[in-house]
Design a protein around this ligand. Structure first.
Ligand code: HEC
Length: 195
């Protein structure tokens, strides 16, 4: 052991452990633990940023490092009016492939075409939703969180996300309500028969 590692340890012994504990703020920065389990916007941001929501819901922009989320269109979903690339329907027959646009905002599979929803606080996103709407969407897979809504299509992984606790869902919802509004009416899904 080198002298410079021995010195702090012996100083601890000398002055007692309390003086040697790192201040709280230093510990937090060092290990970046999840914010506590209570409901908070910060916790919602933490969950959103670590759960891949951006991958599917945020348009991308090209950089020298490849595509990255375009934070000017954070969570805006598939842009209204943007034409889709041509689709070879035989590729997505059952047992074949699932296709994604290269920014992951639209997906084609045996369910047809689905377009990532606008999750911003605009009325074309979740702006008019109640927490109950959000909970029904995320835990029962119902479009717009309406009990009689159509099923939410793949690849939205609500079947996994329904395991989030009520505090986590409330935190996510509080964070989404704080996301800047973007006016974007995402196209309706296309059924497989219309491909
Ligand atoms: C793998 C891609 C993918 C990921 C990851 C993903 N989503 Fe989605 N999500 C979608 C797609 C596509 C839709 C639209 C499905 C449809 O139209 O039925 C959708 C729909 C939704 C809806 C329903 C919107 C509505 O109008 O009914 C909510 C709410 C939602 N996503 C929230 C989230 C949140 C929050 C996360 C992260 C915790 C997330 N999604 C992660 C692809 C994804």
């Amino acid at each position: 052991m080198k002298w410079n590692t021995i010195l702090p340890i012996s100083m601890c012994v000398l002055f007692g452990l309390i003086q040697c504990q790192a201040p709280e703020s230093t510990q937090t920065t060092a290990s970046s633990p999840a914010p506590g389990s209570a409901v908070s916007v910060d916790r919602g941001e933490y969950i959103l940023m670590t759960s891949g929501c951006n991958d599917c819901h945020t348009p991308k922009k090209m950089t020298p490092q490849g595509p990255v989320p375009d934070m000017d269109q954070f969570l805006a979903g598939y842009p209204a009016g943007r034409p889709m690339p041509e689709i070879d329907a035989s590729l997505v027959a059952p047992g074949q492939w699932v296709l994604f646009t290269q920014d992951l905002l639209a997906a084609v599979g045996p369910w047809g075409i689905s377009y990532a929803a606008n999750l911003t606080s605009h009325e074309t996103g979740i702006g008019t939703w109640t927490y109950d709407n959000f909970k029904v969407a995320m835990t029962e897979g119902k479009h717009k969180g309406m009990e009689n809504g159509r099923p939410i299509l793949p690849p939205m992984p609500w079947q996994e996300m329904k395991r989030l606790t009520d505090d986590d869902l409330r935190s996510l919802f509080a964070y989404l309500k704080s996301v800047p509004p973007i006016d974007n009416v995402v196209p309706d899904p296309v059924p497989p028969t219309a491909l």
